[in-house]
Design a protein around this ligand. Structure first.
Ligand code: GCU
Length: 650
């Protein structure tokens, strides 16, 4: 494992102040001096005020930093009031205090000095989670940033890097993480067996100090694979006992454990279906085992038929999540959270918002995003997901409640992590903006993507106007550029099978995964109206009607919902085929511009960062050209329609 790591946005530098006096940290009796908030403040102040004398207590100090716990604040809430002589930071608990300290430190660093601040804030979403898909052998499923820093050769690792990881997460308000792959079956390490309990206890305690609850993914059939039982039937009393005693064992070693994350009856993972039970039976049985310890079950809604016959045009993978879970609304126990992917397919660059948001009125729901850029350039392409996440959170479900946005209907958000043991954690330095921004958005979803990025840029790269302007331009334009040169109009699945990098428009067309574009010589797209697969009917009005007709469906989702001839005219006034050609040329030009702009940063940013970026922007451009040529050629040959601008298409 790579042990060297960057501090990312927590690289504290001396502030531009010549303060040489005494600076005091004053904690009331309710604040433990060993707590993370105090240690972070010490780390930061020692680096930012190198000439100051840092003490505890307030005698004759010229700067005072007061920390206290306040009962009038909710648990994760904080207040900061600060000026040039110090700060008073209150938290509803140690976690709230920690968030207050991080918010204070970020604000003074962004401002470049001790400024007046007055803020009271609490996180918008109670659950703010990262899901790591790390395997015991150190590999990471869909990992693009090196190897795991949680596992090596079948062992759990807790070291300095783990501590830095916890600080990074806490600094943006993440309060939960699952450390192992959701595909658990067949894993070499048995996280929940005796051998690993000590390390699990150590890790969960470390994370808890930083306000983070540790979750682990478990194999639904563990009573069989570990317990040597003949069944894993959730309604079998002995199976329940097995899980109850497992929970007791786990919590006696790792009392801070958050609970389980479960992928069941999905892509080959075991689940309750094998016993004729439903997902509420499965989730509740585990939830009841964890309940005495305050644990939660996060149950994934990513359930669909992955052995489909492509000729069957009635079966639609997009329909599966809603059909499985909507009838179970109200059947889940209070400590179950249903984790729903942001769209009904699988983290494509553009999908409609999942219809389960808003539909599950009596179930706790968390939205799942994917920071690991599996389908969005694998961290070789820059693709900032913050505008997309914001758009999804703001999407109205029309479910009749007062706040009917996705944000109003969920109690948490989780994201598949984009980290690894790479020096800069996320392969590309720019991909760290997604990690930073995801946490910030879960905490404060009203923040503009631009403001979050601005903050991240100044904390990571300091104050340089050229760097700031360039990065903002690239990051804010990156998702659109990626969408333009890859999958047009909501089509999706034009990528190469298995590894999902690069174009292959028919790579998934005749396969078993339910991932089709149905392009032929006359038309393209999938009819998901009531005359088609019926998927659009899963939305509340007016969305169901809007999506059902090519006249009203938004252009960017047209081919997801409707099947139209290539000559269909979009709201933009272009035909579908011309849009495909134009967007691919334009997206590619954007990729060229990004690479050009990055080159101009030479000398303004760290050499290593510059070189790493240069390599990646080159690859992005090569790949964007490949996408443009393959996709345009495919549609030109299939449709027989020429580009009206006469550009070169093979
Ligand atoms: C995608 C991804 C898989 C992953 C799955 C999931 O299909 O390609 O690697 O296991 O999502 O979310 O469970």
């Amino acid at each position: 494992m790579n042990t060297a790591f960057s501090p990312l946005w927590l690289g504290y530098e001396p502030l531009d102040t010549r303060f040489t006096g005494r600076a005091a940290i004053r904690c009331t009796s309710r604040v433990d001096r060993q707590c993370a908030a105090v240690s972070e403040l010490i780390t930061a102040l020692s680096a930012m005020l190198p000439a100051a004398e840092l003490t505890f207590g307030a005698d004759s100090a010229s700067m005072i930093f007061e920390l206290d716990i306040a009962d009038f604040l909710s648990e994760e809430e904080y207040t900061v009031s600060a000026d040039e002589r110090g700060a008073s930071i209150l938290g509803g608990s140690e976690a709230g205090l920690l968030y207050g300290v991080f918010a204070y430190l970020a604000a003074i660093r962004a401002a470049g000095g001790f400024v007046r601040i007055s803020r009271r804030l609490r996180p918008a979403l109670p659950l703010r989670m990262l899901d790591h898909w790390d395997n015991a052998d150190g590999t990471i499923e869909r990992g693009y940033s090196g190897s795991s820093f949680f596992f090596e050769n079948g062992h759990l690792i807790v070291n300095e890097r783990t501590e830095m990881y916890a600080r990074l997460l806490a600094s943006v308000g993440i309060n939960a993480c699952a450390i192992n792959n959701v595909n658990v079956r067949g894993e070499a390490i048995k996280l929940i067996t005796e051998d690993n309990l000590r390390d699990l206890g150590k890790l969960s305690a470390l994370l808890k100090r930083w306000g983070i609850a540790l979750y682990i993914c478990v194999d639904f059939s563990a009573p069989m694979s570990l317990g040597k039982m003949r069944t894993a039937d959730p309604l079998d009393i002995n199976v329940s006992y097995w899980w109850q005693s497992k929970a007791r064992e786990l919590y006696s070693s790792a009392p801070a454990l958050g609970g389980f994350l479960v992928k069941a009856d999905s892509e080959g993972q075991p689940g309750p279906y094998a016993y004729g039970r439903d997902h509420a039976d499965g989730a509740n049985m585990l939830a009841r085992a964890l309940k005495p310890f305050g644990g939660k079950v996060i149950w994934r809604a990513f359930v669909y038929n992955c052995s489909q016959d492509w000729r069957d045009t009635r079966t639609d993978r997009a329909c599966a999540g809603y059909r499985t879970f909507a009838p179970l609304d109200g059947h889940f126990d209070g400590n179950v959270i249903l984790q729903v992917k942001n769209g009904p397919m699988d983290f494509q660059v553009r999908e409609p918002v999942h219809p389960l948001f808003g539909a599950m009125k009596h179930t706790a729901v968390a939205a799942e995003f994917q920071l690991a850029q599996e389908y969005t350039g694998q961290q070789l392409h820059v693709c900032c997901l913050l505008p997309m996440i914001k758009q999804i959170l703001a999407h109205r479900t029309y479910n009749g409640s007062q706040n009917d946005t996705v944000l109003g209907t969920i109690s948490g958000a989780a994201a598949v992590a984009n980290t690894g043991d790479d020096f800069c954690w996320t392969g590309s330095e720019l991909a760290a903006a997604n990690l930073y921004g995801f946490g910030r958005l879960c905490f404060e979803p009203t923040l503009a993507a631009e403001d979050i990025l601005d903050e991240w840029i100044s904390l990571t790269f300091g104050h340089n106007e050229l760097v700031r302007e360039t990065l903002l331009y690239i990051l804010l334009g990156s998702h659109k550029a990626y969408e333009d040169y890859t999958a047009p109009l909501g089509l999706g699945w034009l990528c190469k099978p298995n590894h999902h990098y690069g174009p292959d428009p028919w790579g998934y067309e005749f396969d078993r995964w339910g991932t089709y574009n149905r392009a032929d010589r006359d038309a393209v797209g999938i009819d998901r109206s009531m005359d088609g697969t019926g998927y659009a009917a899963q939305y509340y009005p007016p969305l169901c009607d809007m999506y059902s007709s090519p006249e009203t469906c938004p252009d960017e989702l047209l081919l997801f919902f409707c099947r139209v001839p290539y000559t269909h005219v979009l709201h933009s006034g272009k035909t579908v085929i011309q849009h495909i050609y134009d967007s691919h040329f334009e997206g590619c030009e954007q990729a060229e511009e990004f690479a050009r702009l990055w080159d101009k940063l030479e000398g303004s940013i760290d050499r290593r960062v510059f070189d790493n970026g240069k390599k990646r922007f080159r690859e992005q451009l090569r790949s964007a050209r490949e996408w443009r040529d393959v996709i345009n050629t495919f549609f030109r040959r299939l449709s027989g329609i020429e580009d009206e601008k006469g550009r070169k298409i093979y």
